[in-house]
Design a protein around this ligand. Sequence first.
Ligand SMILES: Cc1cc2nc3c(=O)[nH]c(=O)nc-3n(C[C@H](O)[C@H](O)[C@H](O)COP(=O)(O)O)c2cc1C
Length: 325
Amino acid sequence: MRTRITEMLGIKHPIVQGGMQWVGLAEMASAVSNAGGLGILTGLTQPSPEALQKEIDRCRDMTDQPFAVNLTILPTIKPVPYAEYAQAIVDSGIKIVETAGRNPEPFLPLFKSAGIKVIHKCTSIRHSLKAERIGCDAVSVDGFECAGHPGEDDVTNLILLPLAAKRLQIPFIASGGFGDGRGLAAALAMGADGINMGTRFMVTKEAPIHEDVKHAMVNANELDTALIYRSLSNTARVFRNSVAEQVLDIEARPGATKFEDIQPLVQGTKGKELFEQGDLDRGIWSAGMVVGLIDDIPSCEELVARIVADAEAIISERLTALMQA
Ligand SMILES: Cc1cc2nc3c(=O)[nH]c(=O)nc-3n(C[C@H](O)[C@H](O)[C@H](O)COP(=O)(O)O)c2cc1C
């Protein structure tokens, strides 16, 4: 399949692995890139800009295919030297960056002068149009289904994607709720140039997380995610475990929620330990509604090949037959 995204990024299949905190290590990104998609290292998973440069080198040793780095600009408990991370990305010779969280405008002159293609991930049409206006090369449109931060508008991809197709000139990638060939075919039908997946890539052989986390996601259904931080207007979709339930209970108390009340439950280090140790109630982790569609743990190669083959079959057999009927 050739789309504006495969052409722009120099990849074989229109499938991108979104940045994932603690998961987007070289093992993950290189496996997706070797499978013909675009793997993405998560910048802030590395403790310093120097460590990120080392991780980029490690990923280069594991694949000769294009891969990207995600730079997520969100409010954090500890201040993050974003400019130094951005410089490390440029100095490492990376040619594709996924930005997310906030307007990437301050970083665009640096990235553009280095010939980097910038894909900004947004959860609304107004932010997608803004990204186009400020010079981003593409956007990932993250619908309400997605893992992580879906924003506060609660608009699903059935609405967002056709709107993006109508209003945007730059290529766009459908993100949130994708995990199979049906999803890819549907995204292309709605005008997208490819799909971005987080949750589905977590449940692969190469994802560098504990097997028990992967099995919990295989056993989960589409109701097993929760929207936390709604009361703080910083909504996050996470796996519905006992910690997510406790956060929801605190948020449901009368009066304004104080982040201090929640913070001990949701510390990033606990999420990292959860992924390392497989203790499913140690903290919280991002997961999308697409867990309801996941029932195996394939390699990235098997997964990408299956999604593409299934989408091609849907387009060339089922949809074509409907036209001939
Ligand atoms: C475990 C996990 C961690 C994530 N961390 C980040 C992150 O640090 N930055 C970011 O921009 N998106 C992050 N995301 C969101 C993904 O990049 C992607 O937008 C999302 O997973 C798409 O929805 P899906 O899970 O339904 O495929 C994360 C997703 C997951 C599952």
